[in-house]
Ligand binder design. Sequence first.
Ligand code: FNR
Ligand code: LAC
Length: 364
Amino acid sequence: MSPKPVLHTIPPDIVAAKDYAVYARERLTDMAWEYLDSGAADEVTLRRNIEAFQSISLKGRMLEDVGGGHTRLSLFGHVYEHPVFLAPVAYQKLFHAEGELACALGASVTQTLMVLSTLSTTPLEDVARAHGTPLWFQLYLQRDRAVSLELIRRAEREGYRALVVTVDAPLAGIRNREQRAGFRLPDGVSPVNLPPFTPHAPVGAGQSLVFDSLMPSAPTWADIEWVLAEARLPVVLKGILAPEDADRACRMGVAGIGVSNHGGRVLDTLPAAIEVLPEISEVVNGRAAIFLDGGVRRGSDVFKALALGATAVMIGRPYIQALATAGPLGVAHLIRTLREELEIVMAVSGTPTLARISRAHLRL
Ligand code: FNR
Ligand code: LAC
């Protein structure tokens, strides 16, 4: 069946993030859908990201005065209207003809921070100049430091406010659903911010594809030192799950830690991001901001993440499903829905501001 056209109004039965999934499925090719929706291997981590949120109970606190309440937060010298950020998602022209520009418009009208992927299908300059959206740039470190440095400088020049270095995907992982669907990028969809791809070294007899070809160009802690020395922007490491790694990153001086398992897309049977958040926030102990992503689907999930130590959260698949369904309008509607849900949870938990949300508001 060929994909249905993008909608220009929001159907009345889309009232929650999950309602976008059915509409998005009908508007994407099988390959694009599998790329978006799937997780690594048996998708244990993908499911766990969702289930772990559902297994945490709110407490509910009544009769508190929540007058003057709001969802604003201040971060790295800027004020953001709410703590639901758009996680970096590659190749957005797979999902909508306008790709990243459509997302940026939806983000702009809802005053939402968008993190642009290194694997954007739109030049980072065009995204920065289009809609006045607050932006951070996600960096996949490249084999050649000069290429990475050029990306960092371009992002700085264009007013990106932070650099999100993703460290949990040095290789693609076991993507069985993508393999079964024969996923490949269609013509006209490519990572335009990068120089043309040069293949990895071929493996000889007795050599390992992973250790002899792919991993020799993967980043290490030494590369993070280098980024910290070069970048003039706050640096966030995305993809941290071990408290030991979070501690090391803080000692090196990162501005933020992204607690994430990459939406369950790289290594299956990792824990849910929300499960490890308490131990990470204990170790970080205020030395860096903490961002959580993976399985955030409700305002109550945002609240739970903040209660357990996150400064803000990021969403991935939900906004791409909204993009595929109704372009910028869908992205804006989804964000507004999540933000309203968050405000309701805050109001009925007696927490008028984000700073007031704490573990005491969960039934642990
Ligand atoms: C991603 N993610 C991702 N992360 C990153 O740092 N750079 C990238 O280019 C991408 N690309 C990407 C593509 C697609 C299709 C998805 C679904 C995800 C991971 C993303 O930033 C985030 O960690 C997860 O999507 C969060 O989980 P949820 O919200 O999708 O459950
Ligand atoms: C992904 C890579 C691009 O998750 O981060 O597909």
